[in-house]
Ligand binder design. Sequence first.
Ligand SMILES: Nc1ncnc2c1ncn2[C@@H]1O[C@H](COP(=O)(O)OP(=O)(O)OP(=O)(O)O)[C@@H](O)[C@H]1O
Length: 268
Amino acid sequence: MSETHRDQYLIREEPYYRTVEDEVRLYEAAYAARMPVMLKGPTGCGKSRFVEYMAWRLERPLITVACNEDMTASDLVGRFLLDADGTRWQDGPLTVAARIGAICYLDEVVEARQDTTVVIHPLTDHRRCLPLEKKGELVEAHPDFQIVISYNPGYQSLMKDLKQSTKQRFGALDFSYPGAAIEAEIVAHEGGIERDQADRLVQVAQRSRNLKGHGLDEGMSTRLLVYAAQLMAKGIEPRAAAQMALVRPLTDDPDMRDTLDAAVDTYF
Ligand SMILES: Nc1ncnc2c1ncn2[C@@H]1O[C@H](COP(=O)(O)OP(=O)(O)OP(=O)(O)O)[C@@H](O)[C@H]1O
């Protein structure tokens, strides 16, 4: 595999990542052991940003796959394609990652069907290999290869959960929305607004998070707070920005919308 091929997956510039706890040290140790890692936490709380940051820090290529329920094992592993000269094998992202020694990040892996998820099993234990059954090849993972998955326990249902035999192949790091001061620092930095405005956005979000399970499936994510901040930085009045970025995406229920709008009005 050519160096150029590997290079295209390298992250050149340091991604902004605000450390929350001990996650960098723990991840580094897991990577050093080439332990598969599961990042658990709600949507938009910094999991993807963390993997990008770690890939940059460790100088490893990063291949990200957004999983969905229509995804098949071939989408991960590869397939034969028909072209003018006949058939040609094309590696899927997991196979590419295993060959070039990338960190392969499977985002929202629980979305994938279980028969798709099991293809990662031989890569996540001592075998560290990937059988390409259709091609009749056994790919030995490059020594730098590591698999990382993200998983939102909140969305879990009986139909959609990872098998124990999958879960128990990973070390897991818990992610959640950071404490108010750190989250405001992130929102101010990412959104380009003053700190006191960011503090207020975080207060609104914290209110919404208390409503989780009481009419809301999820509270406002850090990602949404960054969106609101970005609108404010473009000159949109805070109330309008908060309604557009924080309240409307979250709920279609008129009562809940009024409750959240009232929370916005308290702070802006
Ligand atoms: N600790 C952090 N440091 C820097 N930015 C952060 C941090 N946490 C969250 N963010 C900001 O929040 C945004 C959303 O985070 P990210 O995309 O990593 O979420 P995620 O947890 O991967 O969500 P999903 O599961 O929906 O993919 C980022 O683009 C970034 O702006």
